[in-house]
Design a protein around this ligand. Structure first.
Ligand code: SF4
Length: 245
């Protein structure tokens, strides 16, 4: 049984929750998935890795780890990081690549949350404090640095706690996102009635869609033999030297 089947969330789930909590309700309670979008298609493509070259010199990087798979039972979280840079000063710096464009040179909120979630995974697995990360936006070819401090890490921990509670209680958070955000959301056709031209079943804002769509597998089925995984605060960590390859 995979980690996700055992009740772990993925870092992508955390990013989606930061964009709109209802996406996690739709995917984890209703088990509906986004159709393949342009973003997903582009994200699946191989990207040019030359963007990373200036960072290597700037940060004095001694090692680059690509596609690093990370898991934390303590956090109930798994993820696959695009790049982890290891500097000569032994700083660990996560880097994510996005198909989209930056916010006029700034990082998008959900992408900052995603980097912070990776930072927690890196810290839990490798034992070094992560202080910053980068997102490379393919569309406008910008690499943006962001601070990953205790505040944003605390926000991610609280999000994870809320996500686990929401799924276990099957609690629909309702439609709270502004329409402008919904129009860019791959779940619009499942979520907001009359807002898209899709043929999927539509549900009015705020309606408990789990009831309309009929009986679904209950929370116990998704978390077999598991208690809800709430982020813990113990500081036990493994030696980074054992993990970095
Ligand atoms: S359509 Fe809007 S409310 Fe529904 S999941 Fe997407 S962003 Fe959230």
């Amino acid at each position: 049984m995979s980690s996700v089947e055992q009740g772990f969330f993925t870092v992508v789930d955390v990013k989606r929750y930061a964009y709109c909590p209802r996406i996690v309700f739709i995917t984890h309670v209703l088990h509906l998935e986004e159709r393949v979008s342009e973003a997903m298609e582009m994200g699946a493509e191989e990207h040019d890795t030359s963007f990373i070259t200036p960072l290597l010199a700037k940060l004095r990087v001694s090692r680059v780890l690509r596609g690093l798979e990370l898991e934390s039972e303590r956090l109930g979280l798994v993820g696959k990081l695009d790049y982890l840079l290891v500097t000569r000063d032994r700083e660990l710096v996560p880097v994510e690549v996005k198909w989209s464009e930056s916010l006029g040179g700034r990082i998008k909120w959900d992408h900052r949350v995603q980097l912070a979630a990776y930072a927690l995974l890196v810290e839990d697995n490798l034992g070094s404090t992560v202080k910053r990360g980068y997102v490379y936006y393919l569309k406008d070819k910008r690499i943006v640095e962001t601070l990953i401090d205790d505040e944003i890490k605390g926000i991610v921990r609280r999000m994870l706690s809320s996500m686990h509670e929401m799924v276990l209680m099957e609690r629909d958070p309702g439609v709270r996102a502004p329409l402008s955000r919904c129009l860019n959301c791959g779940y619009l056709s499942y979520c907001r009635s009359g807002s898209s031209g899709g043929s999927e079943k539509k549900v009015s804002p705020g309606t408990p869609i789990v009831k309309i769509l009929g009986d679904r597998e209950g929370p116990e089925g998704r978390f077999p033999g598991k208690r809800p995984r709430m982020p813990e605060l113990d500081n036990s960590r493994r030696d980074s030297e054992d993990m970095v390859k």
